[in-house]
Design a protein around this ligand. Structure first.
Ligand code: ATP
Ligand code: MG
Length: 449
């Protein structure tokens, strides 16, 4: 048979497949995040991946890295709409909150998870499709909710066993304070115009605050000596910032005030924060957030103070791989092995009964090579991660008893027992629950629910 060579199609550069071998880790991450969010009373929201381009241009600011050069924007060829794959989650959540009047009966604590898209140079920790968990607390004005966000992150790191993440906070004040600081900043940078790089020159009048965020080593000295926004904060902003710090101190959450922390979107005001680690190379920020009191008004909604953060799932997963002692959870509890069509039918019926009782079971299924020998099926049972193999062969069909083999026992050769078809589910539950009690305190470890 002559086979024509067909060219393979590969995925889009910078957009990754999340492979099943990593699934246990992201499941642990997702479950831990969800239980922490629940503990603080947050509700989930899902918004579309595609939004009108204008939402981000207006919300994030025209002169931000994201809007200037990182957005996947396109025209819908069917109706001419200008659309963008969301580069972040806040703008969409606020749009939805205005559209559905979500805060009409009081403030809301919301969270989301999903893919985000930015046309950046792909490298470690920086992808063109990446995933974020984020929370948005809408309608809250005090420092208490800002601090709550941070306490929630701290609890998440603790629950995940992550230790080397440190907190940096800053206050970037309100619009008027930033304007006065901005004028001083422009004056300062104008005086040192010869030291500015191209990016900084371009931003000098459009967004001078962002010059402070430069990663260019030759500009660090200049930027370090620039006028500090903190010195321009009025009394209300200072009180708010002190309020956040007081709650963090009372809860023993260590932090560093980083006067140069400004964040990449224009919508932020007052509190901004980032969680940073040294273990991921250059892309060390795992989570960033802050207050955005004017975004509702920017989108034409009623003034609604708000605060939120987003964390990068890929970076967190990498950190978990490096530094946390994560158990690889077993794929399933039971793998059912059989030697004829009749036996397979019994296996399928038994497996359904097991699942009714909360046991995770895989029934061996045939491939292009057929059913496979007993030996090869047992190999599959072993590599599935199952705790037990349940075997249905000729003898078992004749006697009505099934053979249960403990795959993870010290000596699996001798660990085999015959159990009647009627009692097998009870037997397995008893065994699996005992094994779960013995081996660990982690409820994720047993599959029985
Ligand atoms: P960075 O300074 O690393 O570019 P950022 O300030 O652009 O981050 P945010 O927009 O605040 O990031 O997004 C919050 C989090 O999302 C980041 O702290 C990071 O963990 C993650 N993140 C942002 N961009 C990417 C990306 N291109 N690939 C992977 N993760 C990302
Ligand atoms: Mg960025």
């Amino acid at each position: 048979m002559s086979e024509k060579k067909i060219e393979k199609i590969v995925g889009v550069k910078g957009m990754n497949d999340m492979l099943p071998s990593d699934a246990p880790l992201w499941e642990i991450l997702e479950n831990t995040v969800q239980s922490v969010l629940k503990a603080y009373g947050f509700q989930q929201i899902r918004t579309p991946i595609v939004e009108p381009t204008g939402l981000f241009a207006r919300g994030l600011g025209e002169v931000t890295d994201i809007v200037e050069k990182e957005m996947y924007s396109f025209q819908d060829s069917l109706n001419g709409d200008q659309l963008t794959l969301r580069p972040e989650g806040t703008a969409g959540v606020v749009r939805a909150a205005i559209e559905h009047n979500l805060v009409y009966d009081g403030p809301k604590r919301l969270w989301y998870v999903g893919p985000m898209f930015r046309h950046e140079k792909p490298q470690r920790g920086r992808y063109r499709q990446f995933h974020q968990f984020g929370v948005e607390a809408l309608g809250f004005s005090g420092p208490d909710i800002d601090a709550e966000m941070i306490l929630m992150c701290q609890r998440l790191w603790d629950d995940l066993g992550l230790q080397n993440i440190r907190l940096e906070i800053n206050s970037i004040g309100d619009a008027e304070e930033r304007n006065r600081h901005r004028a001083a900043l422009i004056e300062y940078f104008e005086k040192h115009a010869e030291q500015l790089d191209e990016d900084a020159k371009r931003r000098l009048y459009s967004n001078p605050l962002r010059i402070l965020d430069t990663k260019n080593p030759s500009m660090q000295e200049l930027v370090n000596a620039a006028p500090k926004l903190m010195e321009y904060l009025g009394e209300e902003s200072m009180t708010h910032f002190n309020g956040v710090q007081a709650i963090l101190n009372a809860n023993n959450v260590p932090f560093k005030i980083n006067a140069r922390l400004v964040r990449g979107m224009d919508y932020y005001n007052r509190t901004v924060f980032e969680w940073v680690t040294d273990e991921l190379g250059a892309q060390g920020t795992v989570c960033g957030g802050g207050r955005y009191d004017s975004l509702f008004s920017t989108f034409g909604g009623k003034f609604t103070p708000a605060c939120g953060f987003a964390m990068g799932i890929e970076r967190l997963l990498e950190l978990l791989k490096i530094s946390a002692d994560m158990p690889a959870s077993a794929e399933c509890d039971v793998y059912l092995v059989h030697q004829s069509d009749v036996a397979q039918l019994q296996a399928i019926i038994a497996a359904e009964r097991m699942r009714d009782a909360g046991i995770n079971a895989i029934v061996h299924c045939s491939t292009a090579n057929g059913r496979g020998s007993f030996k090869s099926q047992m190999k599959k049972a072993d590599s599935s991660g199952a705790t037990y193999a349940v075997i249905i062969g000729e003898d078992e069909l004749a006697s009505g008893n099934l053979t249960v083999k403990a795959l993870r026992a010290e000596n699996p050769e001798t660990n085999q027992i015959s159990v009647s078809a009627e009692t097998i589910v009870d037997y397995l539950i008893e065994q699996l629950t005992e094994a779960g009690d013995d081996c660990c305190d982690d409820p994720d470890h047993i599959h029985l629910h």
